[in-house]
Design a protein around this ligand. Sequence first.
Ligand SMILES: [Zn+2]
Length: 61
Amino acid sequence: MQCNEQEAIPLEVVRKFDAMDDGDPTVPPQFSCEKCGGEMYPEYYKGLHGCEYKISDVREK
Ligand SMILES: [Zn+2]
């Protein structure tokens, strides 16, 4: 979200994060940017709880 760096995180890894995170299902699994340490948001991800996250949802607001 901060430097526009894109990182391909394997879906398997994201799912593991999602499974461990039993917090707010409206928030996608959070990763930190390797370059700037900033928050990352999935370009598109459908979570285990059926929630869909799209980066366009947060970018346009
Ligand atoms: Zn960054």
